[in-house]
Design a binder for this molecule. Structure first.
Ligand code: SAM
Length: 283
């Protein structure tokens, strides 16, 4: 009886066509004047998956090289980087933000939002973001439409909904945090971590993994990024998966891992805050 009531409630959520579950919409509904609808999955691609993949690979390769000699031999053996690239990048090191700037030409970080009472936001802190760049990732546990998330979603404004009903819980606190850490530990393959748990801290190893803190646009502050769904391809190098800030709630090797990235809608300069549209796609 109780289970069927829960299931009915969950099904009701999933019938909404918004990016976040209703808890968040209740918070924002006072300000929001334009509700737009996500209709077709094919419209959710501003840039091809291959470009997203290339950006992630470029950053992750540099991150692994900057993390120390332990990883470099694995990288050299498995990703066949040209020796001169490997030699050059070994000397770079630096903080994840610095590595991001070197590989993508910009860096981002969390700061108090420029909007009053909007808490934390995400800013471009250095460099220049061209239109169509992969600017951030939405970290979190990935739930298939039939998997239970009711408890995790209560008073949780970080549950993002994909067009096909898959949910990503990007909350870095309480039960959501425990679930992510548990699933990440479960999926470890010998020496290889299959996901990154450092987004749960103040200093993520993958500096892109702060997309859950991007605030909603308004009439005054237009969206400059949009969400784009990206399934991690099978051929994605195993040693680079340690930087992927997502994990499946259930262990299922048949299913590609869903990631959500944020892509720039226009050129963005240093100092600007990122704003997305919580309600639908904006291209
Ligand atoms: C996914 S979180 C974004 C991160 C949030 N700013 C924080 O510090 O945790 C969504 C919450 O941020 C706040 N928020 C997002 N956009 C906002 C806006 N344009 N104006 C006011 N609050 C906003 C709302 O409280 C919303 O529930």
């Amino acid at each position: 009886m109780f289970r069927s009531a829960l299931q009915t409630l969950e099904n009701k959520w999933r019938s909404y066509r918004h990016r976040f579950v209703p808890w968040m919409l209740l918070n924002l509904s006072k300000n929001e004047k334009t509700l737009r609808q996500v209709t077709e999955r094919c419209k959710d691609k501003l840039v091809p998956d291959v470009e997203v993949s290339e950006s992630l690979l470029r950053l992750f390769r540099l991150l692994i090289l900057s993390h120390g000699a332990d990883h470099r031999h694995i990288l050299a053996a498995q990703t066949h980087l040209p020796p001169q690239v490997t030699r050059g990048e070994q000397q770079q090191g630096g903080s994840p933000q610095e590595v991001m700037f070197q590989s993508l030409g910009f860096s981002i970080d969390r700061r108090p939002s420029s909007l009053p009472q909007a808490g934390t936001g995400v800013f471009v802190t250095k460099g220049f973001v061209p239109q169509g760049a992969t600017v951030a990732m939405y970290p979190g546990t990935v739930y298939q439409p039939y998997e239970p998330i009711l408890l995790q979603s209560i008073r949780n404004p970080f549950v993002f909904r994909c067009i096909d009903g898959i949910l990503v819980d990007g909350n870095d606190r309480s039960i959501s945090r425990m679930v992510f850490r548990s699933c990440s530990g479960r999926d470890r393959l010998g020496p290889f971590l299959m996901s990154d748990t450092s987004w749960l801290t103040d200093a993520p190893l993958n500096p892109l993994a702060v997309g859950q803190y991007v605030n909603n646009c308004s009439n005054e502050r237009a969206a400059n990024v949009c969400y784009q769904e990206f399934d991690v391809p099978d051929r994605f190098p195993i040693e680079l998966r340690q930087f992927v800030p997502n994990v499946n709630y259930s262990q299922d090797t048949q299913r590609p891992l869903r990631c959500v990235v944020l892509v720039s809608l226009r050129d963005i300069t240093a100092g600007e805050e990122l704003f997305s549209n919580y309600y639908t796609i904006v291209h």
